[in-house]
Design a protein around this ligand. Structure first.
Ligand code: PMV
Length: 332
């Protein structure tokens, strides 16, 4: 009862920040992402066996098996065990090229790889929709990693979460020139985890209701711009959404601040770069690392802009990923 899968992170163009149901991980609004290629992939093997007395999680050789560290992994394993009608404990061994909790969407690739590997281990025939729901139970953003290209997480209406899953807006061949540039400023684990942070925002931010109200409009703009390959419209909406999310974070009590001086420098440099027309669009998750969306012909110019900024340690340029896949070389 062993399965192995590779999944990649996704970066949101319209962000997910806040739930209407904490246990089922149901978001307050639709959100939209771009799936990355395998440069930052996570490979995960899941083995269900009577020889394991407790669930175990190992990432890059390090033991992450205490309850706090298994907060995302365990509910997903429980959910999948319930579907399969078993109680058997599991060992999960992952190799990740994404820094853990560094605000680089590592949980999306990790929990998507775990979901697919576990389904394979148990020989479950799951549709993409079911796989997306299983991913969601581990980590909200993971539900978008089940597809390549551009993906929307439909928030759904049903209280049981059965209609809250990802759909594909356009596959990886729709806009082959589209790129996501990831600049690494910080690989350290963030102090406020996204789960705790977004809960506080929903509870305390006075600006947050305005965000929920504006999200459907923003999602429409982004979805249409993707379908029309309208780069300036897409990038403006993306930057504004990142700024909006980081505003409600700051408006949270106590305030949550993920952006640092380097992040702010990137914001200013990209606006300077865009002074004669929008060619690059920044976006920040729950961390200071910038991701810059663009198309291939502008990549070198943008890299030169980023190289001027001292504390940027590494730059990765990603094309669209194709979504997760099952592999046969197990890690256990
Ligand atoms: O599902 P989580 O805990 O990885 O939430 C991530 C939320 C953001 O990365 C900040 C935004 C997003 O939509 O990916």
């Amino acid at each position: 009862m062993k399965g192995t899968a590779i999944a990649t992170p996704n970066i949101a163009l319209i962000k997910y920040w806040g739930k209407r149901n904490e246990k089922l991980i149901l978001p307050t609004g639709n959100n939209i992402s771009f799936t990355l290629d395998e440069q930052l992939a996570t490979k995960s093997t899941v083995e269900f066996s009577e020889k394991y007395k407790q669930d175990e999680l190992w990432i890059n050789g390090k033991n992450y098996s205490n309850p706090e560290q298994m907060k995302k992994s365990k509910p997903q394993l429980d959910f999948i065990r319930e579907i399969a009608g078993i109680n058997t404990k599991a060992k999960v061994v992952a190799e990740s090229l994404v820094p853990v909790a560094g605000g680089l969407a590592g949980s999306a690739s990790g929990l998507c790889a775990q979901a697919l590997a576990a389904a394979k281990a148990l020989n479950l025939r799951v549709s993409k929709k079911q796989l997306s729901i299983i991913c969601r139970i581990g980590s909200g953003s993971a539900c978008r990693s089940v597809y390549g290209g551009f993906v929307e997480w439909e928030k759904g209406e049903s209280p049981d979460g059965s209609d809250s899953h990802a759909i594909q807006i356009a596959d990886e061949n729709h806009w082959p020139e589209f790129r996501c540039i990831i600049a690494i400023v910080e690989k350290k684990e963030k102090k406020v985890k996204s789960r705790a942070g977004m809960k506080k925002t929903v509870e305390t931010s006075v600006l947050y209701p305005k965000r929920i109200e504006y999200l459907p409009l923003a999602a429409n703009i982004v979805r249409n711009a993707i379908l029309k390959k309208d780069l300036p419209t897409l990038l403006e909406a993306t930057m504004r959404d990142s700024n909006n999310m980081h505003s409600v974070m700051l408006d949270t009590w106590p305030p949550i601040i993920y952006l640092n001086d380097v992040s702010k420098q990137v914001i200013n440099s990209i606006h300077d770069f865009n002074s004669e027309g929008i060619k690059a669009g920044y976006s920040f998750d729950a961390g200071p690392n910038p991701t810059i969306f663009t198309v291939e012909k502008h990549v070198n110019e943008i890299k030169n802009v980023l190289k001027e900024i001292e504390r940027i340690k590494d730059i990765i340029v990603s094309k669209s990923g194709k979504g997760p896949r099952i592999v046969e070389d197990h890690l256990i």
